[in-house]
Ligand binder design. Structure first.
Ligand code: ZN
Length: 649
């Protein structure tokens, strides 16, 4: 009944599907065959735990996402008309976008996407066959009325962010009410503060009283979390070490109780397990989707250590104290002892929740500042994902279009991929873990600007050090051309090319994108007198050019010092001014130009992945004794299967 998949073309085995502004790639689990059977079984159990929470993030993103998905999937499975018609294709693209974003809002811009080319008259009769009259009305108005739930998340000053955001993390609660509720829960002076609000929806009862619907077994999302726990319990039976076993059991306990102290205990165990070959992230982790920054979306990543790439990041981690000591920040904000900055590179084996299908390139956890300070953090770069990106980018014509000269293009092609991997390593292994808060600063003072400023801090740390002689000394930078390639790429991306991800007329919302424009625009402005960075016109096109790489590095140092001061002292006003001035607004004319040039290339600005299918191998008596992996599944095929097998809400 399923639509036959777009087969990956013979010339591009990485590409699985291409629609709207998205391409879907395949990744391979390098090293799967070298694992012991027991480790492969562990991988299988953890990958099941990763898939069982899929519905949670749909519901977190918007309360009606699951309903809309189900209705459209029923239509998708049972449609008997012409699957090559324009209307059907438009519906298919809409559904593929919905799957990609875990809901009806764009995964990156958070704006609701329009049902381009799709008419209400085409959808309505089919909906009536698969849904109740109330559901039909609800789905049609959400899909076709642009004024209904226009944005998943709206951040800014001067309006109620919760009222303006469609996300389902708060229910009937205003921003001032939510802020007051969580301010009252803070315990000033607590050396080990829990991450208040992390794993619950904040709602208002009929009596006007606020209360939390906790995401736990027996509570909100209980049916999905029960399944996650079931697979975790099995995973614990084949853990690689007693430590890993305790870690997995503690996570299951957290899901059973929803107790955030247990979550912190779990984090302490998790961060100290640096030996396991098979590792995972599973939980309510990142708070990017909450305009107020309290509530975390559910995500999972299952991985295998990549030993060769790990040696590179461990080299950095071993010298973490040197980097801290030589950082250009104010000495009072340096950590006297950088504890346990462990770092490794991983081969991704399975993505789930908010990490699927759009995967991060690097991960650094846990997020709580005190945990990082007292117990260190675990940092990973996803090497096979980076590899798939690089393979897909080659030959897209991007460098040729946006590079000013053949020399710059050649340098980018030679060193670009290596430079961006090293940047990610520095950002994740050292950048986020560096620096400390001033006494009395809690760490939540920067509110809605915290994510952007934190990413800026880690990026600036990476940009400053990638050009440091120390990296050549450590053998990580083969040529002075490498940092220059990175500076070219970073500045060009921050000033121009990342705008391909922004719709005409929109502002920048996403924290990483804000941070990149913040850094690039700040350097453009502050280097103006000496023309350190220049936007140069040639043949009617704009190019970025760096005239003085050493001075640019000084500017990175200067801004790093300021952003660290803002974080360490909790200086909300300065943080807000920096972000609002440099990071949010887009140069409309330049934006139009970039979009037109990019459109002519025919590439897609966003990338996601289908998961390899990890299947159990059973003994004659039915015991799972090994696992095998299959890469043949297509994008829609995988999404439809997940909705059948792993939908619990
Ligand atoms: Zn980061």
């Amino acid at each position: 009944m399923l639509q036959p998949q777009t087969a990956p073309s013979a010339t591009d085995p990485w590409l699985v599907d291409r629609f709207a502004d998205i391409k879907v790639l395949r990744y391979q689990i390098d090293g799967f065959d070298e694992l012991a059977p027991r480790q492969r079984v562990l991988l299988y159990y953890l990958s099941r735990a990763a898939l069982c929470g899929r519905d949670i993030v749909y519901d977190q993103n918007y309360a009606h996402n699951i309903l809309i998905r189900r209705c459209l999937e029923r239509i998708y499975a049972s449609y008997t008309g012409d699957r090559r018609s324009e209307q059907w294709s438009a519906l298919e693209v809409y559904l593929k976008r919905l799957w990609f974003a875990n809901g009806i809002h764009h995964h990156y811009s958070t704006d609701k996407f329009a049902p381009t080319g799709l008419s209400k008259d085409f959808v309505a009769p089919m909906l009536r066959d698969v849904a109740s009259p109330d559901e039909v009305r609800c789905v049609l108005s959400i899909m076709f009325d642009p004024s209904v739930a226009p944005r998943r998340m709206a951040q800014g000053a001067g309006f109620d962010m919760l009222a303006a955001s469609a996300c389902n993390l708060y229910h009937g609660v205003s921003q001032p009410e939510a802020e007051a509720f969580y301010a009252a829960m803070q315990r000033p002076g607590d050396p080990q503060p829990i991450s208040v609000g992390l794993n619950s929806q904040l709602a208002k009862g009929p009596d006007g009283r606020l209360f939390e619907r906790v995401w736990r077994v027996g509570g909100m999302y209980g049916h999905a979390l029960e399944r996650v726990v079931q697979w975790l319990v099995l995973a614990a039976t084949v853990a690689e070490s007693p430590l890993q076993q305790r870690t997995i059991k503690m996570l299951a306990d957290f899901y059973r109780t929803g107790d955030l102290r247990t979550f912190d205990e779990y984090n302490m165990l998790w961060v100290s397990d640096t030996e396991s070959k098979v590792d995972f992230v599973n939980g309510f982790i990142e708070t990017y989707a909450d305009p107020l920054g309290y509530k975390a979306t559910w995500e999972s990543v299952v991985s295998i250590r990549d030993d060769q790439a790990t040696r590179r990041t461990q080299l950095l981690a071993r010298h973490a104290q040197w980097f801290e000591d030589h950082s250009p920040i104010d000495p009072q904000f340096k950590k006297p002892h950088v504890t346990g900055v462990s770092a490794k590179a991983i081969t991704l084996a399975q993505l789930g929740g908010d990490c699927y299908p759009a995967s991060p390139l690097g991960i650094n956890l846990p997020n709580a500042d005190w945990l990082r300070q007292q117990h260190g953090s675990k940092s990973v770069s996803l090497t096979n994902v980076a590899h798939a990106h690089e393979q897909a980018a080659l030959g897209s014509g991007f460098e040729q279009e946006f590079g000013l000269s053949p020399e710059l293009i050649a340098r980018a092609q030679r060193y670009g991929a290596m430079a961006s991997r090293l940047h990610t390593d520095l950002h994740e292994c050292l950048g986020h873990g560096s620096g400390q808060l001033a006494p009395g600063v809690r760490g939540d003072e920067l509110k809605n600007y915290a994510s952007t400023l934190e990413e800026a801090r880690a990026d600036l740390f990476a940009l400053y050090y990638i050009a440091d002689p120390k990296l050549q000394e450590l053998g990580l930078v083969p040529s002075a051309e490498l940092p220059r390639a990175e500076y070219d790429r970073y500045i060009r991306n921050g000033l121009m090319t990342q705008l391909v991800r922004i719709a005409p007329g929109a502002c920048i919302e996403q924290a990483h994108m804000r941070n990149r424009q913040l850094i690039a625009r700040w350097c453009l402005e502050h280097g103006q007198p000496e023309q350190v960075v220049e936007l140069r016109q040639r043949g009617g096109k704009t190019y970025t050019i760096i005239n003085n790489y050493d001075r640019l590095r000084d500017l990175f140092a200067q801004l790093l010092r300021e952003v660290q001061r803002i974080k360490s002292t909790g200086d909300y006003a300065s943080g807000r001014d920096l972000v609002e001035r440099y990071a949010v607004r887009v140069d409309a004319q330049l934006h139009r130009e970039v979009l037109a040039r990019y459109a002519a290339l025919g590439d897609a600005p966003y990338t996601g992945f289908v998961n390899p299918c990890i299947e159990p191998v059973r003994s004659a008596s039915g015991l799972v004794v090994d696992a095998r992996v299959d890469y043949s599944e297509g994008y829609a095929e995988q999404m439809m299967r997940y909705s059948q097998q792993f939908s619990y809400l």
